[in-house]
Write a protein that binds this ligand. Structure first.
Ligand code: MIC
Ligand code: SF4
Length: 640
C-alpha cells in the first residue's frame, strides 16, 4: 500500500490504534523538547509523576524565552530547570545558546523520528523530514515518562511545490501565501506535507521557516521529505550519520491538495493583527515604520542573517527606524562572526540582541505608542509586542532589510541585485552551551526559588456544572489574549496563583477577580478558541480561577487538549447560531454525569435550553472525569 511520508513515520511509531486511516492513535515519542516558559510547569508535572529518569531516547530543556533577569525569578527558574535536567537525564541548553527550534534543527533533528515539544512551533523540525508536534507541557511530561502521545484523526494535505523562487522572494513569502489561502484555522487537524520538484530548491533552514509557520494555519505539523539537501545540511552539522532518504511513495494521492508555483511567489506581508491578513508588499508600500525586528524561530538561521548582512553591507538604516537582530542560535552568531558578516550588520546600525525569543514574545524591544513595527516573526496578535497600540506587520528578511533602509514598508525587489550566498559545507559547531545529564543523578540537588510554587491540585469532575457566563469573546481568541506574555507576566509562569491574576488581562482586566468572587463559571467563545501558543497556563490559570467549561463554536487543537488535561470541559455549540443566545451574566447549568456527547445546557436567565456537544474519545473522557491528566496518570500508577 502506498503511503505518505507522515504515514510512514506514524507506522514506525504506532503503539495504539490502527495504522490507517488515522483514527485515535498513540505514538511513541523519540525526542522531547521544552522551553523555560512552559518548561517549569512541565517539569513540576513530570516530578509529580514519580519517574526516576526520562524514558525517551533524547529529551532537551531549553532556556530561550524568559532570559531577562530583572530580578531573581527568571534566573531561579533557570537553576531549577538545570537541576531537573541533570537529575532526570535531560540535555540542558543554557540561556544564550539560542531559540529551541533553531538549535534543535541544527544539532538534534533527525529524519524519520518523532519529536514532541511544549511549544507550538515545534513543527520547525519537520524541515528535516521528522514528525514534530507541539503540545501542552503535561503531554510532553507524559511522553518523557514513557506514555504515548495521542492524536485525533488527521487529514494529510499535500502541498506541491514547483519551479524555483525568483530573486527577493523567499520561504517566508511561500508560507505567508499558504497561510493567506488557508487562514488561521484552515489547517486544524491537518498535516501539511510538502512534495514536488520545487522542494529541492529550498535549503533546510528555508524548509524550517515554512514548517515553523504552518502552525499559524492551526496545522498539527508540517513535514518535508529528507533528500540530498537534508543530507548536506546534516553533513555541515557533522551529523551525516543521522540522514536517511525519506519521502512519500510514488503514486500516493493526498486527501487534500494545494499547489505553489515558486516561480510566481511575490514578496508578501501579514497586516496587523493576524498572520492570515496577507497582502502583497507592493500594496502597503510606503507605510512609515518605527521599528524593524529580525529574528525569532521563523527567520534567524545562518542563511537568513547572511542574506541580511549582504543586503545591508555598506548601507545605513533609516533615522526613523530601530533595527534589532537576534540570531537564532549561538552557532549562527559564531558563524556570522567568523565570516565577517556581523560587522556589516553592526556597521549598518543594527542593534544585536541575545540569541533568544526576545521581542517575539514581548520581552524587550516593545514598540513606541502607536508604533509600527515590521518583524520577521510568526505572530502579530494585538498587544503581543508589549505595546497595546502598536501595529505589527510580518514579512521576510528581504522585505525587513529593504524597509529598514527606507524607513517605510518597501518591496525588496527595489534593492537591485539579489546577493548570491553560499552556505558553508561545514559550519562551526560548538556544543559548549549544552550541559549533559549528570552521571551521578542521586547527588543532584534541585533548587526551587521562592517564586516556584507547587502545582495546584484539582478535584474530579462534578456531576453537575453550575455558574454564570463570566465572559463572552469573539472568533480567533488567542492564548496571548487568555494569558498574555510580556516581561511583566512571563516571570510568573512558575507561580499559578500569581499568574492567574492576569487571565484576560487586556480584554477584561476584572475577569480574574470576578471569576474568584463568583466561584467560577463559564466562558463563551467563537471559532478557533485558543489559537496560537501551546502555553497550558491558558487552561491552568482559568481552572485555578474556577472556570468549569468553555462553550465555543470551535477550538484550536493544542488548547483543546490542554483544557481536557486540566479538567475544563471544552463544549461545542451544536448549532453555531446559539452563540448569540448566550450573554454575559446568564446563569447556566448542565449535567456531566456520563460525559455524553450530547449535553443540554439550561440557561435559567433566559429560560432556554441550548444543545452542546462534548466530542471526546473514551480516554479523554476518563481524563476529564478525573479532573485532569495529572490525576489520571497518578491514579493509573496507583493501580499498577
Ligand atoms: C509563543 O510563540 O507564543 C510561545 C511563547 O513560544 C508559546 C509558548 C509559550 O507561551 O510559552 C508557543 O508558541 O507555544
Ligand atoms: Fe520563541 Fe517567538 Fe518562536 Fe515562540 S514564536 S518559540 S516566542 S521565537
Amino acid at each position: 500500500m502506498v503511503k505518505s511520508l507522515s504515514e510512514k513515520i506514524i507506522s514506525n511509531h504506532l503503539v495504539e490504534g490502527r495504522d490507517k486511516p488515522w483514527e485515535q492513535i498513540g505514538l511513541r515519542i523519540d525526542h522531547t523538547l521544552t522551553q523555560d516558559a512552559t518548561g517549569t510547569i512541565a517539569y513540576l508535572e513530570f516530578e509529580a509523576m514519580g519517574v526516576a529518569r526520562v524514558k525517551t531516547e533524547l529529551s532537551l530543556s531549553f532556556v530561550d524565552h524568559n532570559i531577562l533577569q530583572n530580578d531573581f525569578r527568571n534566573p531561579d527558574d533557570h537553576k531549577y530547570l538545570q537541576g531537573v535536567a541533570a537529575k532526570y537525564g535531560i540535555v540542558f541548553s543554557r540561556p544564550g545558546n539560542g531559540i529551541c527550534h533553531q538549535v534543535y534543527l541544527e544539532r538534534f533533528a533527525r529524519p524519520g523520528y518523532t519529536l514532541l515539544g511544549s511549544d507550538s512551533h515545534t513543527p520547525t523540525a519537520g524541515g528535516t523530514g521528522m514528525l514534530a508536534i507541539g503540545a501542552g507541557g503535561l503531554d510532553v511530561a507524559a511522553a518523557m515518562a514513557g506514555e504515548p502521545f495521542y492524536l485525533e484523526r488527521q487529514n494529510v494535505m499535500g502541498i506541491k511545490l514547483t519551479r524555483t523562487l525568483p530573486p527577493f522572494s523567499s520561504a517566508k513569502d511561500v508560507i505567508l501565501g499558504v497561510i493567506g489561502r488557508l487562514g488561521v484555522k484552515g489547517g486544524v487537524n491537518k498535516v501539511l506535507e510538502y512534495h514536488g520538484p520545487g522542494v529541492k530548491a529550498l535549503s533546510v533552514p528555508e524548509r524550517g521557516t515554512i514548517a515553523n509557520m504552518g502552525t499559524e494555519t492551526g496545522a498539527t505539523t508540517s513535514v518535508f521529505p529528507s533528500d540530498n539537501v537534508t543530507r548536506s545540511f546534516l553533513k555541515a552539522q557533522e551529523r551525516e550519520q543521522h540522514w536517511i532518504d525519506l519521502k512519500a511513495d510514488e503514486g500516493f494521492s493526498y486527501e487534500e491538495n494545494l499547489e505553489v508555483n515558486l516561480g510566481e511567489v511575490e514578496p508578501l506581508i501579514a497586516l496587523p493583527h493576524s498572520p492570515d491578513k496577507v497582502r502583497k508588499v507592493s500594496e502597503v508600500e510606503g507605510t512609515a515604520l518605527d521599528q524593524v525586528c529580525i529574528g525569532s524561530c521563523t527567520n534567524s538561521s545562518l542563511r537568513d542573517l547572511r542574506i541580511a548582512a549582504e543586503l545591508l553591507k555598506g548601507k545605513r538604516i533609516n533615522d526613523g527606524v530601530s533595527l534589532t537582530i537576534s540570531p537564532g542560535s549561538r552557532q549562527v552568531l559564531e558563524n556570522l562572526i567568523d565570516s565577517g558578516d556581523l560587522l556589516h550588520l553592526v556597521k549598518a546600525g543594527a542593534r544585536i540582541i541575545e540569541s533568544a525569543c526576545g521581542p517575539c514574545i514581548g520581552t524587550g524591544q516593545a514598540p513606541s505608542t502607536d508604533g509600527v513595527s515590521l518583524r520577521t516573526f510568526n505572530r502579530n496578535f494585538e498587544g503581543r509586542s508589549g505595546t497595546q497600540s502598536a501595529k505589527v506587520y510580518l514579512g521576510s528578511i528581504e522585505t525587513a532589510v529593504a524597509s529598514a533602509i527606507q524607513g517605510e514598508i518597501t518591496d525588496p525587489r527595489k534593492l537591485g541585485k539579489y546577493p548570491k550566498i553560499v552556505l558553508p559545507e561545514k559550519v562551526n559547531v560548538n556544543d559548549n552551551m549544552f550541559i549533559f545529564p549528570s552521571k551521578t543523578p542521586s547527588s543532584t540537588r534541585i533548587v526551587k526559588g521562592p517564586n516556584i510554587k507547587p502545582l495546584p491540585s484539582f478535584p474530579s469532575m462534578p456531576k453537575t456544572l453550575r455558574g454564570e457566563v463570566l465572559l463572552k469573546v469573539g472568533d480567533n481568541v488567542s492564548t496571548d489574549d487568555i494569558l498574555p506574555g510580556g516581561s511583566t507576566i512571563l516571570p510568573l509562569r512558575s507561580n499559578i496563583p500569581e499568574i492567574s491574576k492576569f487571565t484576560f488581562n487586556y480584554l477584561d482586566p476584572e475577569f480574574a477577580q470576578r471569576s474568584l468572587d463568583k466561584g467560577g463559571g463559564f466562558i463563551v467563545g467563537g471559532e478557533n478558541y485558543g489559537q496560537g501558543s501551546s502555553r497550558e497556563h491558558a487552561a491552568l490559570a482559568p481552572k485555578f480561577l474556577g472556570v468549569k467549561a468553555i462553550i465555543a463554536k470551535s477550538f484550536a487543537r493544542i488548547h483543546f487538549a490542554n483544557l481536557i488535561n486540566f479538567g475544563i470541559a471544552p463544549l461545542i455549540f451544536t448549532k453555531k447560531e446559539d452563540y448569540s443566545n448566550l450573554s454575559h451574566g446568564d446563569a447556566l447549568e448542565m449535567e456531566m454525569k456520563d460525559l455524553d456527547t450530547n449535553i443540554c445546557l439550561r440557561d435559567s436567565t433566559k429560560e432556554v435550553q441550548i444543545p452542546v456537544k462534548l466530542r471526546l474519545n473514551d480516554r479523554q473522557k476518563e481524563v476529564l472525569n478525573a479532573g485532569g491528566k495529572l490525576n489520571f496518570i497518578r491514579a493509573k500508577q496507583r493501580r499498577r
